[in-house]
Design a protein around this ligand. Structure first.
Ligand SMILES: C[S@@+](CC[C@H](N)C(=O)[O-])C[C@H]1O[C@@H](n2cnc3c(N)ncnc32)[C@H](O)[C@@H]1O
Length: 237
């Protein structure tokens, strides 16, 4: 089912806001199902309304990185294992992918990751405290390649402004895509967002692209001959 929901725009008129995903369960393997059942209490964060208290959730004060749309979670699990000093929140709408991530986290005995099954845009707007994130990762978001679907792309001016507010000053958003026109659109939107600046994939940020583990959707794009672009924008205000 195509899902839409109502929000109020700045003039307080009701708008039909368009989601960046279509919720479909797809096939879930017994192992993914078991992981969701057995490991959710350890890694899952339930839907709710209160702002998330990261210190309480992780039991320590540490930098927090949010990954939006982690898919099967391979990049998130690898980052969490490589950086035990950092805490990670992963948000997905696809339950089988969350099951896969929980399995990985359990195998590698990670304690620095929490997972939410929710619309990341809603969570950002309502549950992530202002200036609380060290970074946001958005790797291979759905490209919605048809022109009439471009409005479904996650990276839009309101999303960019939301991300800016939730990043702490100096924090950054790291994006990767194999769709050239989506990359151009991302650059255009993010560079027009006051308080965000292109940090380039150079200098201290060049290592981010190297350190990012290749994901399933990245492999798919490369097989199609697509060039992959990594972008990094930093909060400057
Ligand atoms: C093309 S896949 C990429 C997955 C993974 N990052 C990778 O590179 O393999 C995009 C993912 O984003 C998820 N997604 C799309 N919109 C989302 C939203 N608003 N909140 C959370 N997840 C979302 C989809 O369910 C899908 O798994």
């Amino acid at each position: 089912m195509t899902s839409v929901y109502s929000v109020a725009d700045s003039n307080n008129k009701s708008l039909r806001s368009i989601r960046s995903f279509v919720r479909r369960e797809g096939r879930i393997t017994p192992a993914q199902q078991r992981a969701l059942k057995d490991l959710w209490s350890r890694y899952g964060l339930e839907a709710g309304e209160a702002p998330i208290d990261f210190v309480r959730v992780f039991g320590r004060a540490a930098p927090v990185i949010l990954e939006i749309g982690f898919g099967n979670g391979e990049a998130l699990a690898a980052a969490a294992a490589a950086h035990p000093e950092t805490d990670y929140l992963g948000i997905e709408v696809h339950r089988p992918g969350a099951g896969s991530l929980l399995r990985r986290l359990s195998v590698q005995e990670s304690s620095n990751v929490r997972v939410m099954l929710a619309d990341a845009k809603e969570v950002l707007a309502t549950r992530i405290p202002e200036a609380s994130l060290s970074a946001v990762h958005l790797f291979f978001p759905d490209p919605w390649p048809k022109k009439r679907h471009h409005k479904r792309r996650l990276v839009q001016p309101d999303f960019a402004e939301l991300v800016r507010r939730k990043l702490r000053p100096g924090g950054y958003i790291h994006l990767a895509t194999d769709w050239r026109d989506y990359a151009d659109h991302m650059v255009s939107v993010l560079s027009q967002t006051p308080g965000l600046a292109d940090a380039g994939a150079s200098g201290q940020y060049s290592k981010l692209a190297e350190a990012r583990l290749s994901t399933r959707f990245e492999h798919r794009g490369r097989k199609l001959g697509h060039e992959v672009r990594d972008l990094v924008f930093r909060r400057t205000d």
